[in-house]
Write a protein that binds this ligand. Structure first.
Ligand code: OOG
Ligand code: NI
Length: 464
């Protein structure tokens, strides 16, 4: 039996290789990474309690590694194979996001690890969108785009072989894993040569800038990589000082003492020179697709918590109409979110968030058997048990739409008859997407079961 590289190892090789590649391709990403690591170091130095909490929850180690990326695919076949490719790295499709409601003709999922241990080693995620050609109105253009996409092969021959080898052998050796990462990287690389002529690019672009981005190139270039910060407001205000043009407002919940879900901001896409198929180097065009983003993650919310979040966010969005940049937006958002409890204890008590429970180690409580909610509350009140917030590992559709929009040029406001099409997405994927709420609920339930088991053992020991 050969020894295989673990999927966690392959994922870490890959996320490092992607980060190095993106830093070379988009130098501002490097500047942003420096800013984020300065801000994070500052936060940890000033907040020893937070540092201890992160350490205990196994989150400190992953912080510097942590990032997500995004790609946009053109065909069902590409989505099918990308699922197999990410599968080699222990990344599975979680969640379904319909962005057509926000005027973006794609639907998406997030490939990410789902096991507790894998998440704490490296939670690298890729927000993966599939273009919905059926939303292009012009039938001729639709057919032309489909034909162009059909001709391209976004994967190298060798990466396809290595995926097969992985699936047959049940793993890859370290040598194969290194080769896999090098070959996989090719799919995500930037290609400045468009596969279409200038006229076709223009037509696709006029239908939607995103359509031109997906259809006109050899592959689904990674369009951003996002590090995780512990203080997004500090990064947001630090960006202009480093010459980075930040998006006007932070997406997601307002600034709070107790972070929930996900807050994100980005800097504007770069204008990059491209060569059209029909033109010599002297007739270069430009294309705007790639950008940078930062995020701050907080506690994962239950369905009840998420409903309240969606309601509060919508109340502000309605006032401010489409987009999120009203001058008063932040003030209104903060006011609306007064209704969302701002302490982990209250969030837990009201059943708004997910937690991992464990013994504090301070004293051994005299309880055994099934832990009811009341029993848990008592153990927490006496300090025997600690509830650690489970961090949100997924994305938010309204935020994602805001990020897409800000990088497609603010003026672009298309509307599609919003129609989620999860079944079609899963058919293309060749698998169902996992339900993120179920994953968090399972993680919480596992911690309670482990706690019950531990208490039972201790009681047995005490009785001896
Ligand atoms: C993806 C935009 C969404 C996020 O973090 O919500 C996103 C894209 O532009 O392809 O990255
Ligand atoms: Ni993103």
């Amino acid at each position: 039996m050969p020894t295989f590289a673990s999927s966690d190892q392959i994922r870490t090789f890959f996320s490092r290789a992607m980060s190095d590649m993106y830093r070379r391709e988009v130098p501002q990403y490097g500047t942003l990474m420096e800013l984020v690591s300065e801000v994070n170091a500052g936060v940890l130095a000033h907040d020893p309690q937070l540092k201890a909490d992160l350490e205990r929850a196994d989150e400190l180690e992953r912080l510097d590694l942590e990032r997500h990326g995004a790609i946009r695919l053109g065909t069902a076949a590409e989505l099918f194979t990308i699922r197999r490719l990410f599968g080699v790295m222990g990344m599975e499709p979680v969640g379904y996001y319909d962005l057509s409601v926000a005027g973006v003709p794609v639907h998406s999922t997030a490939f990410r690890p789902v096991q507790d241990a894998a998440l704490s080693r490296n939670p690298f995620r890729v927000f993966t969108s599939l273009l919905r050609l059926e939303l292009i109105e012009d039938a001729d253009l639709r057919a032309e785009a489909a034909a162009i996409l059909k001709r391209r092969q976004i994967f190298t021959t060798r990466v396809l072989e290595l995926i097969d080898i992985h699936d047959e052998q049940g793993g890859l050796t370290v040598g194969q894993a290194e080769e896999f990462v090098r070959e996989a990287l090719e799919t995500f690389r930037w290609h400045g040569e468009a596969t279409v002529d200038a006229g076709t690019y223009r037509k696709l672009h006029d239908a939607h800038r995103l359509i031109a981005d997906v259809v006109s190139f050899k592959g689904p270039h990674i369009n951003h990589l996002t590090p995780r910060t512990l203080d997004i407001d500090a990064v947001q205000s630090g960006m202009p000082k480093r010459g980075i043009a930040a998006k006007a407002v932070v997406e997601g919940p307002p600034t709070r003492r107790c972070p929930i879900l996900l807050r994100q901001t980005s800097f504007k896409a770069l204008q990059e020179p491209i060569l059209f198929r029909d033109a010599g180097p002297e007739v270069a065009g430009t294309h705007t697709a790639r950008f940078g983003e930062i995020e701050q993650r907080g506690i994962a919310l239950t369905k009840k918590g998420r409903t309240l979040y969606d309601e509060l966010l919508a109340s502000v969005r309605e006032i401010g109409a489409a987009g999120s940049a009203g001058a008063d937006y932040e003030r209104q958002l903060t006011a609306a979110f007064q209704r969302f409890p701002d302490s982990t204890d209250e969030i837990r008590r009201q059943g708004l968030g997910f937690f991992r429970y464990r013994l504090s180690g301070k004293e051994t409580p005299a309880v055994s058997g099934m832990l009811t909610a009341d029993a848990l509350d008592r153990l927490i009140a006496t300090g025997s048990v600690v509830a650690d917030p489970i961090v949100y590992e997924d994305f938010l559709p309204v935020s994602a739409a805001g990020i897409f929009q800000s990088n497609l040029g603010g003026a672009e406001q298309k509307s599609y008859a919003g129609n989620a099409s999860k079944a079609a997405f899963e058919q293309a994927l060749g698998a169902t997407v996992a339900d993120e709420f179920a994953l968090y609920a399972e993680a919480e339930a596992r911690s309670i079961a482990a706690l019950e088991a531990e208490l039972t053992v201790r009681e047995g020991e005490a009785a001896e």
